[in-house]
Design a protein around this ligand. Structure first.
Ligand SMILES: Cc1cc2nc3c(=O)[nH]c(=O)nc-3n(C[C@H](O)[C@H](O)[C@H](O)COP(=O)(O)O)c2cc1C
Ligand SMILES: C=C(O[C@@H]1CC(C(=O)O)=C[C@@H](OP(=O)(O)O)[C@H]1O)C(=O)O
Length: 397
C-alpha cells in the first residue's frame, strides 16, 4: 500500500516527506519533479513569498542510480525564506512577539484554542498551504510511475470571481496544454484570461482577495480502480477527501455532478458503447467514476476555492483575549487559484498511483506492468477472446 507522511513549517528550515510502498525500478528524473514544483509557484495573483522561494526537491533516500529501490523515499524542499525567520522559528529560544489577533477564514483561532497555545504563529506555520509544495513533489514522483501506464493530466483555471470558462475538454491534446501552460493564469482562452487577470487586479487594488475554480482531468486511467465494496475504497471518496484537504478548497465536483440534479436519468447516464472489443461511454457526465470504481473514461474533477482569508483591507475584530482590535496583515496572496490547479493535478496523481499499486500489486515496476497487461487484455477482450484466455486460475472452471 502506498502512503506518505510529511512535516515542516511554512517558515521553518524545510518541508520533508517519506513515501512508502512505492515500487522499485521506476526511473526518477529529478528535473520532472522540479518542473512540477516550479509550475505550482507561478500564476498571477501570488504575493511576494513566491519571489523568495524557488522550490527544488532533494532526494535523501529510496532512489539510487536514477531509479527507485523499493525502500522508503525520503525527500525535502528547503524554505529559502527561513533565513529571514530563523529567530522567529528557533526551536529552543522563545520568540517574544506573539501573535494574538486571529484571522477569520484561517485556522488561527480554532488551532489556538484546540492546542492551548500562547502564539497563533504556531498555527499559521503548519496550517499554511506551504505544505502543498511537498505534496506536489509526492504527486510528481507518482507521475513518474504513471507514465508507464500512459496516465496523463491536464489542469486549468475555469473560474476567477464571476469570470467563467467551463468550455469542454474531452481529450489529451498537446496544443491545449501549451495554451494553458503559457497562460499566466492557466486559462485556455486569451479573451477570458484578460478578464480573469482584471478581476484579480481589481481585488488587489481594493485590498481584497478572490477565489475561483479549477478543473483537473486524468486521461488513461483504466477501468477498475477503487471499489464499491466498502466506503473508504470508493474512488470518489478518496479523490474528494484528498481534494478537500487542500487549503482553501470548499467544494469538489466530480464530472458534471452539479448539473446532474437538474437532468433526467437517461439524459445524465453515460451510455455504454462496445466497439472493437472495448467498452467505453458515449459521454462523460460521471467524470470517470461509477459505483466508486473508475470506468475507463477520463477522471474529471472540479475544485472551488474560497477567496484567500488574509486581506489587506482592514476590519474590526477580536483578539484572543476578547478585546476589540484592528485586523492584522503581514503579506498575502491575492489569488492562488492557478497554483491550486497544479496542486490538484499532483494530488490526483498520488490517489491514482495509490490505487494502481493496490490493483496491480507488485514490488517492482516490471511486476506491476505484467499484472496490468494481463488485466487490460482481459477487460479489452475482442469478440474472439474466449474464456481460455482468462487467467490460468480461471481456465477449466
Ligand atoms: C497555493 C495556496 C496559497 C495560499 N495562500 C494564502 C495566503 O497567502 N494567505 C492566506 O491567508 N491564505 C492562503 N491560502 C489559503 C489558506 O491556506 C487556507 O484558507 C487556510 O489554511 C484555512 O484552510 P481552509 O480554507 O481549507 O479552511 C492559500 C492556499 C493555497 C492552496
Ligand atoms: C508559501 C506558500 O504559500 C503561502 C500560503 C499561505 C497560507 O496562509 O496558506 C500564506 C503565504 O505565506 P507567507 O505568509 O509566507 O507569505 C503564502 O505564500 C507556498 O505556496 O509555497
Amino acid at each position: 500500500m502506498l502512503r506518505f507522511l510529511d512535516a515542516g513549517e511554512s517558515h521553518g528550515k524545510m518541508l520533508v516527506a517519506i513515501l512508502e510502498g512505492f515500487p522499485s525500478n521506476v526511473p526518477i528524473d529529478i528535473e520532472n519533479i522540479n518542473k512540477q514544483l516550479q509550475r505550482r509557484q507561478i500564476g498571477f495573483g501570488r504575493g511576494t513569498r513566491m519571489k523568495i522561494e524557488s522550490d527544488r526537491i532533494e532526494i535523501i533516500s529510496g532512489v539510487r542510480g536514477g531509479k527507485t529501490t523499493g525502500a522508503p523515499i525520503c525527500i525535502s524542499i528547503k524554505n529559502k525564506d527561513y533565513e529571514n525567520w530563523a529567530e522567529v522559528m528557533d526551536f529552543q529560544k522563545e520568540y517574544n512577539e506573539k501573535i494574538t489577533i486571529p484571522r477569520p477564514g484561517h485556522a488561527d483561532l480554532n488551532g489556538f484554542l484546540k492546542y492551548n497555545l500562547d502564539d497563533i504563529r504556531n498555527v499559521i506555520e503548519r496550517a499554511s498551504a506551504r505544505e502543498t509544495a511537498i505534496r506536489v513533489a509526492i504527486g510528481a514522483i507518482c507521475m513518474e510511475l504513471l507514465k508507464f501506464f500512459d496516465v496523463k493530466f491536464i489542469s486549468r483555471v475555469v473560474m476567477i470571481g464571476n469570470i467563467e470558462d467551463f468550455s469542454y475538454i474531452d481529450s489529451y491534446n498537446e496544443d491545449l496544454i501549451n495554451k494553458i501552460e503559457s497562460s499566466p493564469i492557466r486559462c485556455l482562452h486569451k479573451d477570458i484570461e484578460k478578464k480573469m487577470i482584471k478581476e484579480i487586479q481589481i481585488a488587489k487594488e481594493i485590498g481584497e482577495t478572490i477565489g475561483g475554480a479549477i478543473e483537473v482531468i486524468a486521461f488513461g486511467v483504466p477501468v477498475g480502480l477503487g471499489s464499491y465494496s466498502f466506503y473508504d475504497r470508493r474512488m470518489d471518496y478518496l479523490i474528494s477527501g484528498a481534494m478537500m484537504s487542500i487549503q482553501g478548497v470548499k467544494a469538489v465536483e466530480i464530472g458534471n455532478g452539479i448539473k446532474s440534479s437538474k437532468l433526467y436519468g437517461s439524459e445524465f447516464n453515460d451510455k455504454i458503447i462496445f466497439e472493437d472489443g472495448r467498452f467505453s461511454r458515449k459521454t462523460n457526465n460521471l467524470g470517470g467514476i461509477e459505483g466508486g470504481i473508475t470506468n475507463g473514461m477520463p477522471i474529471k474533477v472540479r475544485l472551488f476555492m474560497k477567496p484567500i482569508p488574509t486581506t489587506r483591507r482592514e476590519f474590526e475584530t477580536f483578539d484572543v483575549h476578547g478585546n476589540v482590535v484592528k485586523s492584522r496583515y503581514e503579506r498575502s496572496d491575492v489569488c492562488a487559484v492557478p497554483a491550486l490547479a497544479v496542486i490538484a493535478e499532483n494530488v490526483l496523481a498520488y490517489e491514482v498511483a495509490k490505487e494502481m499499486i493496490n490493483k496491480f500489486a507488485g514490488d517492482s515496476l516490471e511486476d506491476l506492468l505484467i499484472s496490468f497487461e494481463h488485466y487490460i487484455n482481459r477487460v479489452n477482450r475482442g469478440e474472439d477472446y474466449g474464456r481460455d484466455n482468462f487467467s490460468p486460475a480461471m481456465q477449466g472452471q
